[in-house]
Design a protein around this ligand. Structure first.
Ligand code: UDX
Length: 483
């Protein structure tokens, strides 16, 4: 029987993006794939991305969807992520069980009536323990994929040690620059402020965010294997720590670089929920080499009106050219009509017309690979970080939540490929950071380290490279689930 992998991401942009790439890679290696997502996100992805139509044509590739249990479309906005998470856990768990049971019913037959084979392995997003539990309960091998940064994953594994060492909860009004010692390998640079921002408010381990972290971490150790989107040359130390708790950990990134290498076609793999504005590529073509600051805060981060204005003034005052993705729900998570440039002061709007380009959503991988790019002002989402790493573009990090706080610390202190703007606000800070990343000696050092890291990323996906080899080992394991 051919191996048939059910790939089930958490329905958020960053998670779908990396898991769809992974699904295509597995398909290119000859495995049967079913990509399962929620109905609402499936319809958005079908509407805005051509990848669905392309992959649906691939023999042995199926799309399926189930309800996320939410009645109202608005509830899925960036600001209501926790509600989506809870609804999935409470409502979609039983739907997922029914889905898997109906597929597994053909005890002796290889195929169901419509030619859809039995699933031989689940590859679930690691932030959905319920999916893992259902599969384990039904005797289907389960693998956990975590689309987050490995450094955040390892620090979450160390949460019990933090509690034991008295380093969590943080004292009320305590100094956020205080060092954290209970995460092996990070003693010399990790501070309270580098842990997820919800740690700052959590008073004990019953906090909902902390409980979630415990559940997610525990479920990873129940999985038959653990997959991370990274490569040894960048995350070797952290990976060796993670392997002390999850011995079968595969590091198979950067996934988008691996996919580009393994697929001979020029077709793009995008799970975008929004229409990409490709006019910014034409604008980039007209800018000098290395001259543009790309600004994007991913799909979930939100900011206040005031923050938006401070960023805007800071960018303009830096005197640099900039390409800025302003999502329609970037300000306070609320969908806005019309362009925010309407409300900018005249001198800012004028400077933006001269040397700026604003779009609602960009083809980010292509933007980062464009020769005009000079640096990336980012929220430090893990996909954005890896896309910047692979393109050799230095970063300015303004982390918003979750894994982003620790990722930005690694960017600045461990990999030295960017600057950390965590917890800093105001136009003067933005201007100074942009100048430091774009002009002078500091900028040259950052560019040199970023270029070297990009080269290591490329080597890791070449034949014989660490990610390439881990991927081959993983495919071998997955094939064994079909025999
Ligand atoms: C979330 C979390 O924030 C992140 O920290 C976690 O690791 C994964 O899930 P998100 O906030 O959306 O994701 O950030 P990120 O991981 O960077 O993913 C955003 C994706 O959207 C990237 O693949 C990026 O290329 C894409 N994107 C973003 C676009 O294609 N166009 C845009 O204009 C902006």
């Amino acid at each position: 029987m051919a191996a048939h992998v059910l790939v089930f991401p958490f329905p958020a942009q960053g998670h779908l993006n990396s898991m769809l790439k992974f699904a295509e890679l597995l398909s290119l290696s000859g495995l049967h794939i079913t990509f399962l997502t929620t109905e609402y996100h499936y319809s958005r992805f079908c509407l805005h991305s051509q990848t669905h139509a392309r992959l649906s044509q691939r023999p042995g590739f199926w799309f399926r969807s189930i309800s996320d249990g939410l009645p109202d479309q608005k509830l899925r906005s960036a600001a209501r992520l926790l509600e989506l998470y809870e609804s999935l856990t409470n409502n979609s768990s039983s739907l997922f069980r029914d889905f898997l049971i109906s597929n597994q019913r053909q005890e002796t037959q290889q195929y169901s009536e419509d030619g859809w084979p039995r699933i031989t392995c689940l590859m679930a997003d690691g932030v959905m323990p319920f999916a893992m539990d259902v599969a384990i309960d039904l005797g289907v091998p389960a693998i956990a994929f975590r689309p987050s940064s490995p450094c955040s994953v390892w620090s979450a594994f160390c949460l019990p040690s933090l509690v034991e060492a008295g380093e969590f909860p943080f004292p009320e009004e305590g100094d956020l620059d205080e060092r954290i010692h209970a995460v092996p390998g990070m003693e010399s640079f990790l501070r309270r402020r580098d842990l997820p921002s919800f740690f700052r408010k959590a008073r004990d381990t019953s906090d909902s965010g902390i409980r979630l972290l415990y559940e997610v971490t525990a479920s990873s150790t129940r999985a038959n294997a653990f997959i991370l989107n990274t490569f040894e040359a960048m995350d070797g130390t952290v990976l060796s720590h993670i392997r002390t708790v999850c011995p079968t950990t595969y590091a198979i990134g950067p996934l988008h670089t691996m996919l580009r290498r393994m697929s001979n076609s020029t077709s793009r793999n995008s799970a975008s929920f929004r229409d990409e504005d490709r006019s910014c590529l034409t604008w980039l073509d007209k800018q000098p080499k290395g001259s543009v600051v790309y600004v994007s805060f991913g799909s979930l981060a939100v900011m206040t009106d005031e923050d938006l204005m401070e960023f805007w003034h800071g960018l303009v005052n830096s005197g640099q050219r900039f390409l800025w993705v302003i999502r329609s729900d970037l300000v306070n998570g609320v969908e806005e009509e019309g362009s925010p440039s309407m409300s900018a002061p005249p001198e800012v709007a004028e400077a933006t017309r001269e040397r700026g380009c604003l779009v609602a959503w960009a083809p980010q991988e292509e933007v980062l690979a464009h020769p005009s790019l000079g640096c990336f002002l980012t929220h430090s989402g893990w996909n954005s970080t890896l896309e910047s790493v692979a393109a050799g573009v230095p970063m300015i990090c303004w982390p918003f939540f979750s894994d982003q706080q620790i990722t930005s610390r690694f960017v600045s202190q461990v990999w030295k490929i960017g600057l950390d703007m965590k917890d800093m606000h105001g136009r003067d800070v933005v201007e100074r950071m942009v100048r430091d990343a774009m002009e002078g000696e500091r900028a040259q050092e950052l560019k040199k380290s970023a270029t070297a890291m990009a080269e290591k990323a490329r080597e890791s996906v070449e034949e014989g490279g660490s990610s390439y080899m881990d991927f081959q080992r993983l495919v071998h394991y997955l094939n064994s689930t079909g025999s």
